[in-house]
Design a protein around this ligand. Structure first.
Ligand code: DAH
Length: 468
């Protein structure tokens, strides 16, 4: 069902400052790095052309591949006409500039401390594993989320709120909705009890801020409790303070989502006059407690938009302000942009094809017009596994890694199409079908054959398989 039709309306002034952070940098609090030595800036903070191998000494943790390193240099959000930039700007524009500093983090490399430890991630959290995260070496990763900048923002930014949008990296399969790089937005807001006489006054201060937020006209389904055993309040936090923070958080995000969706024109007569529906559900994140997710009913389905919660006190302590309290949220941009712009494949956001990029102008949500795909082509790869190995011991993802390294975005997908075990020798044979297709041009046969050869060689070198 198609709900959207082109909406050629500018949703914000294209002159909005892209980086308020820069203009307020003179106000940034200088914090001595003593006592905070773990955040020390051994990493670059400005983009550089130096290859990772020259900056980060490789060790047994290193698993960033050259194609991923290449993607860290693309910086899609710096193109103001890119749909992801427009979505970012629309969301940013809902937050008052005087209250929320827009911070920029153009470098995707962060320390393990920033990405995990500073955020109260348990040592054995699965997100830390090499199979999920790209490590530069044991101390540095490609950020897996924009939350990696929370402590820095809560520490350095003097307005009570901040917003960040940036590219993030996770090891993943490649298909229509998954890509190892995507974009997230992060926001945070704090209050300090400094100079406030009583808890009652503190709560009144937070509530007064909440009252300033326009009440959105949307249907809100909220059956969550303020906190409970499964979604607990933090030890030592005053329940009324926790509730006041939560009210501010929920009102803020409801206002944002209603503002963003209000600008989307709905085509379907039956749905046209229905108020936007959202719902709150309990969630769990290492860095917030209690935590929630907000979902929007859109196109017949509940679409998850925000993860959020009451910021864990450890994060404020790590930022050097243990007395503060507040909230944070995170949001993935691609899925929302796919819905709003009608982009059917996440890989299109990475396309350099003018037929994609020239369709969009800054600040405007317009419907993506499909252009004909360049022709694709199949190649099959069949091989015998080593004696004694079974199909279960060969992982599709290992093949995917080799395919991606050899052919990058020229591969649309790779699928197992056959497996059998020889009745006499007992050896197992697998066959994969690889579909080559470029978003930018027609591939030449010879070129595909060469890619295929590189993949075949990679498979024999890495897994000792015998090609058939
Ligand atoms: N970092 C989370 C993720 O990548 C998203 C998130 C959830 C961010 C809750 C937050 C938050 O700041 O409070 O899944």
């Amino acid at each position: 069902m198609r709900l959207l039709r082109p909406c050629q309306r500018a949703l914000f002034s294209p002159n909005d400052s892209l980086s308020l952070f820069k203009s307020v940098s003179h106000q940034i609090r200088k914090v001595s790095s003593e006592g905070n030595t773990e955040i020390k800036r051994a990493r670059d903070t400005q983009p550089s052309d130096k290859p990772f191998s020259k900056v980060y000494a490789a060790d047994e943790w290193t698993n960033v591949t050259p194609s991923i390193e290449g993607l860290t240099r693309r910086r899609l959000l710096t193109n103001p006409a890119h749909p992801l930039s427009t979505l970012k700007q629309i969301i940013f524009s809902k937050f008052p500039e005087s209250e929320y500093t827009r911070a920029e983090f153009p470098v995707s490399q962060v320390s393990v401390y920033e990405n995990f430890d500073s955020l109260h991630f348990p040592k054995d959290h699965p997100g830390r594993s090499k199979t999920d995260t790209y490590y530069l070496n044991k101390d540095y990763v490609l950020r897996t989320h924009t939350s990696a900048h929370q402590v820095e923002c809560f520490r350095d930014i003097i307005t009570p709120g901040f917003l960040v949008a940036a590219d993030v990296y996770r090891r993943d399969a490649i298909d229509r909705t998954h890509y190892p790089v995507f974009h997230q937005m992060e926001g945070g807001r704090w209050w300090s009890p400094e100079g406030v006489e009583s808890v009652e006054d503190f709560i009144a201060k937070i509530n007064a801020d909440t009252e300033k937020i326009p009440r959105p006209e949307i249907t809100i389904i909220d059956e969550t409790l303020p906190f409970h055993d499964g979604n607990p309040i933090q030890q030592g936090q005053d329940p009324a303070v926790c509730i006041a923070i939560t009210n501010h958080l929920k009102r803020t995000l409801e206002m944002v989502v209603s503002g963003v969706f209000k600008n989307v024109v709905i085509d379907d007569e039956a749905l046209k006059d229905q108020p936007l529906q959202i719902r709150w559900i309990d969630a769990t994140f290492p860095f917030t407690s209690p935590s929630w997710e907000m979902e929007v009913f859109w196109g017949g389905d509940w679409l998850e938009i925000f993860g959020c919660g009451v910021t864990h006190q450890e994060i404020f302590a790590n930022a050097g302000y243990p007395e503060r309290v507040g909230w944070a949220f995170g949001l993935g941009l691609e899925r929302l942009a796919m819905v709003l712009f009608g982009v059917p494949d996440i890989r299109l956001f990475w396309s350099q094809d003018p037929r994609f990029l020239n369709q969009f102008v800054p600040g405007v949500v317009s419907q993506f017009e499909k252009f004909s795909k360049y022709p694709g082509t199949y190649r099959d790869i069949a091989f015998w596994l080593k004696q004694g190995e079974t199909a279960d011991s060969f992982y599709d993802n290992d093949l995917m890694d080799i395919v991606r390294e050899s052919a990058g975005d020229l591969v649309e997908d790779a699928q197992q199409i056959d497996k059998f075990t020889h009745p006499k020798t007992g050896r197992t044979s697998l066959c994969y079908r690889i579909r080559f297709q470029s978003m930018e041009r027609t591939l030449l046969n010879e070129e595909v054959n060469e890619l295929q050869e590189v993949i075949r060689k990679g498979l024999t070198d890495k897994f000792g398989v015998e090609l058939r």
